[in-house]
Ligand binder design. Structure first.
Ligand SMILES: [Mn+2]
Length: 236
């Protein structure tokens, strides 16, 4: 019964440094405020860790982090691509594929949205800085909005926000390029970078390029994303 009231959400571990622990805490705080329990999932070599997570968690939040290894979407690293974390890449790719196959509710944030795209056969633009008009890597304003996004009125995101425009923070230098199988761009930036994706016909999947965990304390609409996700996990 307790599991139903407070669903268990699995969140991959970001790392050991103090900064990464702080980033991890932001996700945990928003999920708990929305009524969830949080299980931090440590990447491990064994396939058993993915199976165990799929068995014990009602849903998964895929968080931000380093650039995904371009070989995983069929490209070689360009000079402006960041250093990948291969352990996280392998673990999170296996986990998201398992979660998609199991139909679990998903909330994919920043790198998580890019991971979802790669898992479904899409590709990334390795560096968008030459094409951006707004600063999409505005790390010094991580708690406040940097650029607008336009939201598709037929999307789940629109139903949660109850608005067809929003202004969001931005801490990315890569973007979804070719969209993966079954994915649908539901929000984009003025330059046309995909800022949110959904999976056609999937029970519940929110994927955003911005960081709602840093805005949720000040912007109620951003906390509503966590609430909608946790409410869905509660039904599992
Ligand atoms: Mn952005």
């Amino acid at each position: 019964m307790a599991e139903m009231l407070y669903p268990m959400i699995g969140v991959p571990k970001l790392g050991d440094s103090l900064l990464r622990q702080y980033f991890q805490y932001q996700y945990t705080r928003c999920l708990k405020k929305a009524g969830a329990q949080v299980q931090i999932l440590t990447p491990s070599a064994g396939a058993g860790s993915v199976e165990h997570a799929l068995k014990t968690c009602s849903g998964f939040l895929f968080p931000g982090g380093p650039d995904i290894q371009p070989q995983l979407y069929g490209q070689l690293a360009e000079s402006r691509c960041g250093e990948p974390n291969r352990v996280r890449d392998a673990f999170e790719l296996a986990l998201i594929q398992g979660a998609l196959a199991a139909g679990k509710p998903l909330f994919c944030i920043c790198r998580g949205m890019q991971l979802l795209n790669v898992a479904l056969g899409g590709t990334l633009t390795q560096d968008i800085r030459a094409r951006q008009e707004y600063n999409h890597q505005d790390i010094w304003n991580c708690m406040s909005a940097t650029h607008p996004v336009e939201i598709d009125p037929d999307s789940l995101l629109y139903r949660i926000f109850d608005a067809d425009v929003a202004t969001v923070n931005s801490m990315h230098h890569q973007a979804v390029d070719k969209v993966g199988e079954g994915l649908w761009i539901v929000a984009d930036s003025p330059e046309g970078f995909p800022e949110a994706l959904e999976v056609e016909g999937y029970p519940f999947c929110l994927a955003v390029q911005w960081h709602p965990e840093f805005m949720a304390a000040q912007v109620p609409a951003e906390q509503k994303l966590f609430r909608a996700f946790v409410d869905e996990c509660r039904k599992i």
